[in-house]
Design a protein around this ligand. Structure first.
Ligand SMILES: [Zn+2]
Length: 279
């Protein structure tokens, strides 16, 4: 693997979560099995094969590598990628990409899809993305990525295989769509992003931001800037139904050792050993 930028990784239940996130530095994540990534603050060379990206907002530490990524795919003769961005930003992002053409002498082919909170977008037959309004200094989206499954309708639960086949033969849809939330990604947000969208607590894997940890950082000020503090997690510790909670986007003022010490002091059982500090 070519290590042009830092990448950490972990596995959970068939998903490989890779990425790196530090406030104001750079944020990027990928789940290779789902063929998608979140945010493009930088672009690890071997993330190039991933064709779908979900961008939460346009602060540079989350979007700076978008032109690089699109250009690399073109250079390597790969299919144009699909990039989801908040709807209000579609035109500005397109203009940003096009503005490189006279400089780079290349085009930036990609499918830009605008989403608003409350909308869903079917990336593939199996993968369904839902967007949620979160609360940051600029309008931002969080995302939940679902596995779409079909489940037999309750009214047909008693039927045997032949009877179900007969109904299918008559063109009757015997199943309901069921969305299984695999990964939730809050992006940058104050705790309102969680409070307004409790769906995040049900994702199998939750990737959230925990920018500030120390007591001397005023929470009021942190929330106004659209970020979360360790104490916000302490207050909501009974809400998390996730199998894994990844806390990330720590301020650069904390070393790994200091972050671990501060979190373990306030959450000694690490949310039932489900909490992972991404440092
Ligand atoms: Zn931001």
């Amino acid at each position: 693997m070519l290590k042009n930028v830092p990448v950490r990784s972990m596995h959970h239940d068939g998903l490989t979560i890779e990425g790196y996130s530090r406030a104001a530095v750079q944020t990027y994540w990928r789940i290779a099995e789902l063929k998608l990534g979140f945010d493009l603050g930088a672009h690890p060379w071997d993330f190039m094969g991933t064709p779908f990206w979900l961008l939460t907002h346009c602060h540079l530490d989350h979007i700076a590598a978008l032109p690089l990524y699109v250009a690399r795919r073109r250079l390597m003769k790969m299919e144009p990628p699909t990039i989801i961005v908040p709807k209000y930003a579609v035109n500005a992002v397109r203009n940003m990409l096009d503005s490189f053409t006279p400089l780079d002498r290349g085009r930036f082919p990609c499918d830009l899809v605008g989403m608003e909170g409350g909308e869903r977008f079917d990336l593939t037959r199996e993968i369904v993305v839902q967007a949620f309004d979160v609360d940051h200094r600029i309008p931002s989206l969080g995302y939940i990525v679902n596995d779409r499954r079909r489940k037999l309708k309750l009214e047909y639960a008693e039927l045997n295989g032949d009877e179900i086949r007969d109904l299918r033969g008559q063109g009757i849809d015997v199943t309901n769509e069921v969305l299984v939330p695999l990964v939730g990604y809050t992006g940058d947000t104050s705790p309102k992003g969680l409070d307004r969208n409790p769906e995040f607590y049900d994702a199998k894997v939750l990737i959230a931001e925990m920018t500030f940890l120390a007591h001397d950082h005023q929470r009021q000020y942190i929330h106004k800037n659209g970020h979360m503090h360790l104490e916000d997690f302490v207050e909501r510790q009974d809400e998390f139904r996730n199998e894994v909670i990844i806390a990330s986007h720590f301020s650069t003022r904390y070393s790994r050792a200091e972050a671990e010490r501060l979190v373990q002091k306030r959450l000694p059982d690490m949310l039932g050993s489900r909490l992972v500090l991404w440092l």
